[in-house]
Design a protein around this ligand. Structure first.
Ligand code: IMP
Length: 504
């Protein structure tokens, strides 16, 4: 007879934290969100810790080069999406590793042949008005000029005029060379009264742009995730099919951690992938695995040697796996079960394998709940897709700015490798949708506001670290009626912004 898990499976919105005693020491400024990323032995330190408990999802619509840079700047880590060729993925990893803090890679590069109308459309999409012009239209192509909003007048000029006719051409631009430091670049910006300084290599190819405003912000990034050579840290997604070619390229490009991206990870395919990495790279290459939703799945992957284990099937915002296949488990219950297994594994073996709660975070407080339930860190898709730095277009839908966000199992992403069941790399049905999410501005502002909320709640629980939160947290299940009580109720709300809105 089939096995039945006892009780129901619950999700985050069905839980609340009951505050504990907080001393006068418990203020957000004293909270540390540092957390282990990879396995470590009792009494030792993990070789990689995150400074904030957030990683970005292994998705085309979330984790590209700019996300990698922006998130590492704030203290988390991106896992660059694997549903592209190994060469393309390695190039993105390398771009993050090569990126110098404060040197922005443009998300709105033009070619000289584009029209003023296209420039205006791009500005609308990205919100950025300074656009480099390169020979091939790529952010690292040969620099031909720059367009800013001072170069054209939308109301008076011909919208079909070509970029080449109104850009500031290369010969009139002041540029920095590849060895310029951020400090020197800032001096040039001030001396020459510039708003932006393009930086080029010896072939005049664009490396990045230093903006006047970014120099100051750089000085206020105390959480930056930097490797031993002071380069940004970045992860990369892999699959259980082409790892023999993909992994070497990613390692060569400088990836700091890998993660097997799969909808369901309790499988021989994951075991084989981890074994191959161990045979070829020993313990030096860090690899996460998943996803699982119960203790047995955790133990299997921990025994395989996974460096961290992701939890979650069917809870992702763009996910329709539960509807199409009938597999999954409420995210909170799955997480609690797996975290208990992690603690038992640690007791038994002296090895701590960090757990990542992946998908299903809707409100900021869900993150605090997930950490309280035992997650060491969180993987977020929808949350990050909303920011400027996600690789997707910003579009105006009925007067509201939105960003596009689509699942890896959608027909748009065609990432059939993450659903590997050993057959042809092709699926007969979709497990994800294509969607919009409300645009939310810059990652920096969004993440800092979220972290402040997390820290505040931790203080209410008397916890100054994530570990302390896990030990001290007191959680309660809520009834459907008390969920209604939790929002504004029985009043006519004047300001609609005070109604509970996702992510606030
Ligand atoms: P979110 O943070 O709720 O948007 O969930 C993001 C997570 O959903 C990812 O990290 C993946 O684990 C998962 N995911 C990504 N694409 C798909 C899909 O197409 N179907 C099901 N799950 C997906």
């Amino acid at each position: 007879m089939a096995m039945f898990f006892p009780g129901e499976s619950h999700t985050f919105s069905e839980y609340l934290l009951v505050p504990g005693y907080s001393s006068s020491e418990c203020v957000p400024a004293n909270v540390s969100l540092k957390t282990p990323l990879v396995r470590f032995k009792r009494g030792e330190e993990p070789s990689i810790s995150l400074n904030i408990p957030m990683v970005s999802a292994i998705m085309q619509s979330v984790s590209g080069e700019q996300m990698g840079i922006a998130l590492a700047t704030e203290g988390g880590m991106s896992f660059i999406y694997g549903s592209q060729t190994p060469e393309q993925e390695a190039a993105m990893v390398k771009a993050v590793k090569d990126h110098k803090a404060g040197f922005v890679v443009s998300d709105s590069t033009l070619t000289p042949e584009m029209t003023m109308r296209e420039v205006m459309d791009l500005k609308e999409k990205t919100g950025h008005s300074t656009m480099p012009v390169t020979e091939d239209g790529t952010p690292h192509g040969k620099l031909l000029g720059i367009v800013t909003s001072r170069d054209y007048r939308p109301s008076r000029d011909d919208p079909s005029s070509k970029v080449a006719t109104f850009m500031t051409p290369r010969e009139q631009l002041i540029v920095g060379d590849k060895d310029i430091t951020l400090k020197k670049a800032n001096d040039v910006i001030w001396d020459k009264k510039l708003n932006a300084l393009p930086v080029v290599d010896e072939n005049d190819c664009l490396l990045g742009i230093v903006f006047r405003k970014d120099y100051d912000s750089h000085k206020t990034n105390p959480n930056e995730m930097l490797d031993a050579n002071k380069r940004y840290m970045v992860g990369a997604g892999i699959n259980t099919r082409d790892y023999e070619t993909r992994v070497p390229l990613l390692i060569e490009a400088g990836a700091d951690a890998l993660c097997i991206d799969s909808s369901e990870g309790f499988s021989e395919w994951q075991k084989r992938t981890i074994e191959w990495i161990r045979e070829n790279y020993g313990e030096d290459v860090k690899v996460g695995a998943g996803n699982v939703v119960d203790a047995e799945g955790f133990r299997f992957l921990a025994d395989c040697g996974a460096d961290f284990i992701k939890v979650g099937i069917g809870g992702g915002s763009i996910c329709i796996t539960r509807e199409t296949k009938g597999i999954g488990r409420g995210q909170a219950t799955a997480l609690i079960d797996v975290c208990r297994a992690r603690d038992e594994y640690f007791e038994e073996t002296g090895i701590y394998v960090p757990v990542c709660s992946d998908g299903g975070i809707v409100y900021d407080y869900h993150m605090t709940l997930a950490l309280a339930m035992g997650a060491d860190f969180l993987m977020l898709g929808r949350y990050f897709a909303r920011f400027d730095e996600s690789p997707t277009a910003r579009v105006n839908v009925n007067g509201q700015y939105m960003k596009e966000y689509w699942g890896e199992g959608s027909a748009r992403a065609r990432n059939w490798q993450r659903y590997d069941l050993g057959g042809a790399a092709k699926l007969a049905f979709e497990e994800g949708v294509d969607s919009y999410v409300p645009y939310a501005g810059s990652l920096k502002d969004g993440v800092n506001s979220t972290l402040y909320k997390i820290k505040s709640t931790m203080c209410n629980c008397g916890a100054l670290t994530i570990k302390e939160l896990q030990e001290k947290a007191r959680l309660t299940l809520v009834s459907a009626t008390s969920i209604v009580e939790g929002g504004a109720h029985d009043v006519v709300v004047k300001d609609r912004n005070h109604q509970m809105v996702s992510y606030q």
